[in-house]
Design a binder for this molecule. Structure first.
Ligand code: V47
Ligand code: SF4
Length: 389
């Protein structure tokens, strides 16, 4: 029987691309040189078909989402990444916010009785919010709601915390894990290649430090995500270098759950003169990431940053996860110019969004255990909002 990949090979004139399609069909890994060929020569339709083949082979129509909320402890930050629209230097801290432990706990309490599975905690790097502060926060969250999965702190926040506390990565991570930290989000990775990193995020942890922190977390049995900030001044080679480093670490530890490409937004930051990537380029990147990162189980489109319709579109380009209800006042993207000013979607809206493109909505927890399959469920906003959300 002829597969869709066989037909794709037949109609493709370029022999390099034919060879890549054959590899994908046989579930073989592509090289960095082949990844570059995809970026340079692959049409959106060609790359998309390959990525969709992998997506459907691994996950069928299943599209995951979760029920989570975000807490941003502060937007005061000691660093000065050029792409960041969100942070305020400590010298201007009156323009920022700083949440106390009790204020953060009050946010957690607003979800009492609601079937939320995860809290995502990421913010600026505040010089006075130290390790002990966050250990107390973890302990208080877990005492209040032991079953809530705490996914918190980018490697940038952790690197600063551990250095200030004069702890090794192993010691620091173990203390936070013991206090209740369950897994790490993928932020802070930006672009690993030093020549680009020093232009956009000169003063924070470098690639080696970021990767080491995730490696140690994996060694302690924790899982984590990985991001890549793309569509600014980087070239294809920098994206490939970034993904190569992630693929190598994943071969070693197997601890990454999800790769999350983050589209650079240019509103109100020191890189506002850099144009944003087109939707075609976004979809090409998702698809190439799905093809190249063969050892990452999941590929996530973060809908508050991409927009709802583009997140829907990405489900045909390798993406099998669209994050969660979020349900908060996440500012990191609204301040950078994303469409979503106060991103929140009800479970019904997420389910509908996924069903509209004929995929199968499945609620997951942070570690991708299935919480509920909504494919056969009739959902509408009034019912779900009242009973589930
Ligand atoms: O590292 C900052 C990005 C990240 C801009 O693990 C920007 O599930 C685009 O970690 N344009 C933090 N991006 C967010 C983060 C995250 C988000 C969603 C899910 C997960 C997860 C993690 O936000 C930063 C940076 O790369 N960012 N400014 C901007 N102007
Ligand atoms: Fe600080 Fe993160 Fe913004 Fe960089 S991206 S300035 S580390 S809040």
């Amino acid at each position: 029987m002829t597969t869709s990949i066989d037909s794709l090979i037949e109609i493709t004139a370029d022999t390099d691309l034919q060879h890549i399609a054959q590899k994908v069909q046989q579930h073989q890994r592509i090289t960095e040189a082949e990844c570059l060929q995809l970026f340079e020569k692959g049409s959106l339709a060609f790359i998309g078909a390959l990525a969709n083949f992998i997506r459907e082979y691994r996950h069928g129509d299943t599209t995951y989402f979760n029920r989570n909320f975000h807490i941003e402890p502060t937007n005061v930050c000691v660093f000065s990444c050029k792409f960041c629209s969100y942070s305020r230097l400590y010298a201007h801290k009156e323009e920022g916010w700083e949440l106390s432990i009790e204020q953060m706990l009050d946010i957690v309490k607003t979800y009492d009785g609601k079937p939320i599975t995860e809290v995502h905690i990421v913010g600026g790097v505040h010089p006075k919010m130290n390790m002990d502060y966050f250990i107390e926060l973890m302990q208080k969250i877990k005492t209040h709601r032991p079953g809530l999965h705490v996914k918190a702190f980018t490697a940038v926040e952790l690197d600063y915390m551990f250095r200030k506390a004069k702890l090794t990565i192993e010691e620091g991570m173990k203390r936070l894990h013991d206090a209740g930290l369950d897994s790490l989000p993928g932020g802070g990775a930006e672009i690993f290649a030093p020549d680009i990193r020093k232009q956009i995020a000169a003063d924070k942890v470098d690639a080696v430090g970021w990767l080491k922190i995730h490696e140690v977390a994996h060694q302690l049995g924790m899982h984590s995500n990985a991001t890549m900030l793309y569509g600014h001044i980087e070239q294809y080679e920098h994206r490939i270098d970034h993904m190569r480093r992630l693929r190598e670490l994943q071969d070693k530890t197997g601890g990454f759950n999800t790769f999350i490409p983050l589209k650079f937004r240019n509103h109100d930051n020191a890189m506002s003169d850099v144009p944003e990537s087109t939707i075609t380029e976004d979809m090409r990147l998702y698809a190439i990431a799905r093809i190249y990162l063969d050892n990452f189980p999941h590929l996530k489109a973060y809908w508050p940053m991409l927009g709802r319709e583009n997140a829907q579109l990405s489900l045909a380009f390798g993406v099998n996860d669209i994050d969660g209800t979020i349900d908060d006042s996440t500012k990191i993207y609204s301040m950078a110019g994303s469409e979503e000013q106060t991103p929140a979607m009800s479970t019904a809206q997420l389910v509908t969004l996924i069903k509209q493109v004929n995929r199968r909505p499945v609620e997951r927890d942070t570690l991708y255990n299935v919480v509920k399959d909504y494919s056969l469920e009739e959902v509408n906003d009034t019912i779900v909002d009242a009973t589930l959300n």
